[in-house]
Design a protein around this ligand. Structure first.
Ligand code: KG4
Length: 351
C-alpha cells in the first residue's frame, strides 16, 4: 500500500510517499529555516505563506521521486495537529481537497505520533508488535514528553514539559549567545571540545524544590527548561564581556549537558516505574550526539533495547506521517477522517 503523506505543522513543507509503512519511496522537504532565521524563531504568518507557495511543488516532487502519480497512490495521510493553526490548515486543506478529488481515503495523523513512529522508518526496523510496550521520549522544537506506547494506537502521556521544550531551550540559548538559528545543531557544534562540567546549570524540577504541584502528570516524569534558560541568561549577563573561544565552548557544552541530563534522568525514572520491552527517542533534538551517547549508555546499563530515529527522519518530515498512517490502516484503527485541524491535539488512544 502506497500512502502520500503531507506535513505542514510548523516551518517544514513536506510530502513523502511510503510503501507498506516503512519503505520510503520519496521524502521531499522544503525547510523554511532561512526565512525565519532573521527573527530567531518561527514566524507563523511567514510559515503559512511559504507553505502555500511551496506545497504544490513539494507534493509533485514527492510523487515524481517515487515514480508515482496521483492515480497510483492508495491513500493520503496528513498531520492535523498539534502545531501552528495557520500552518496546519495549508497541508490539511490540500490533503482533504486531493482526497475528495481523487476519491481516496484520508488518514489524519497526530504530529507527535508521527515522530514516535519515525523509529520504524527503515527496512530492518523491528515490527512494532515486537517492541511494544515501549517508552518513547519525544524531543522536538515544540514538545518534550515521555509516552508509554502500549501498542499501536494505545498511548499514555506519562510526563511533559511544563514550560519550554528541549529544542526551544536550545534555540533560545543560541539566541542569547548570538550563535544563530536553529540553536540545537549550532550549540552541538560550538560545544565540541568544551568542558561539559565547567558550569553546573540546573536540570529542572530537581528534588529539593517540592513546591505545590498543579499538573496532572507525575512530577518526576515532567520537564522544565525555563529555569535553565534563565540561569544561562544570568550567567552571560554577569560576565563583563561577550564569551568567545574556550569560554563559549564551555558554556555551550555545559548547557547541552544540562538539557541531555534532564532528559536522561526522566527516562531512567520512567524505565524504573514502567517495565517495557524497549525505549525510543525521536524528534529534532534526538539528532543530538551527546543525547544519543547518553541514551546508548542507559540502554547498556538497564539492558532495555533502544530504538533511535534514523537522522533523516528526526526533524519534521512527511514520511513519518505516512508511516504512522499505514499502521492505522493495517490494524483497522484508522478512525474517522478528521473534520478540521486541532492545534492543541493531544496524543490519545485510537481504540
Ligand atoms: O522535530 P523538529 O523538526 O520540530 C518540531 O516538530 O518541533 O525539531 C526542531 C528542533 C529545533 O529546536 C532544533 O534546534 C532541534 O530540533 N535540533 C537539535 C539538533 N538538530 C535539530 N537539537 C539538538 N541537537 C541537534 N543536533
Amino acid at each position: 500500500m502506497k500512502i502520500l503523506g503531507i506535513e505542514t505543522s510548523c516551518d517544514e513543507t513536506a510530502a513523502a510517499v511510503v510503501e507498506n509503512g516503512r519503505t520510503v519511496l520519496s521524502n521531499a522537504v522544503y525547510s523554511q529555516i532561512a526565512k525565519h532565521r532573521p527573527y530567531g524563531g518561527v514566524v507563523p504568518e511567514i510559515a503559512s505563506r511559504n507553505h502555500v507557495k511551496k506545497l504544490p511543488g513539494i507534493i509533485e516532487e514527492a510523487l515524481k521521486d517515487a515514480g508515482e502519480t496521483y492515480e497510483s497512490i492508495d491513500a493520503l495521510a496528513v498531520t492535523y495537529g498539534p502545531g501552528l493553526a495557520s500552518s496546519l490548515l495549508i497541508g490539511f486543506t490540500a490533503a482533504k481537497t486531493l482526497a475528495l478529488r481523487l476519491g481516496k481515503p484520508l488518514i489524519g495523523v497526530n504530529h507527535h505520533e508521527g515522530h514516535l513512529h519515525s523509529i520504524f522508518m527503515k527496512p530492518d526496523a523491528p515490527a512494532p508488535e515486537d517492541v511494544f510496550p515501549m517508552l518513547g521520549l519525544l524531543v522536538s522544537g515544540g514538545d518534550s514528553s515521555l509516552v508509554l506506547m502500549r501498542e499501536t494506537g494505545k498511548y499514555e502521556l506519562l510526563g511533559s514539559t511544563i514550560d519550554d521544550a528541549a529544542g526551544e531551550a536550545l534555540d533560545k540559548a543560541a539566541a542569547v549567545l548570538n550563535l544563530g538559528y536553529p540553536g540545537g545543531p549550532i550549540i552541538q557544534k560550538t560545544a565540541e571540545g568544551g568542558n561539559p562540567d565547567a558550569i553546573r546549570f540546573p536540570r529542572g524540577l530537581d528534588q529539593s524544590d517540592r513546591g505545590k504541584w498543579i499538573y496532572k502528570y507525575d512530577r518526576d516524569l515532567c520537564f522544565s527548561f525555563s529555569g535553565l534558560k534563565t540561569s544561562l541568561l544570568t550567567h552571560v549577563k554577569n560576565l563583563d564581556h561577550t564569551p568567545e573561544g574556550d569560554e563559549l565552548r564551555d558554556i555551550s557544552a555545559s548547557y547541552q549537558e544540562a538539557i541531555c541530563d534532564a532528559l536522561i534522568i526522566r527516562v531512567e525514572r520512567a524505565l524504573e516505574k514502567f517495565p517495557v520491552k524497549s525505549f525510543a527517542c525521536a524528534g529534532g533534538v534526538s539528532m543530538n550526539k551527546v543525547l544519543r551517547e547518553k541514551l546508548v549508555k542507559l540502554s547498556e546499563a538497564t539492558g532495555v533495547p533502544l530504538l533511535l530515529c534514523p537522522p533523516a527522519y528526526c526533524t519534521d518530515n512527511a514520511a513519518m506521517i505516512a508511516g504512522a498512517a499505514y499502521e492505522k490502516v493495517r490494524l483497522g484503527l484508522r478512525g474517522a477522517e478528521p473534520g478540521d485541524v486541532n492545534p492543541n491535539l493531544r496524543l490519545a488512544d485510537w481504540v
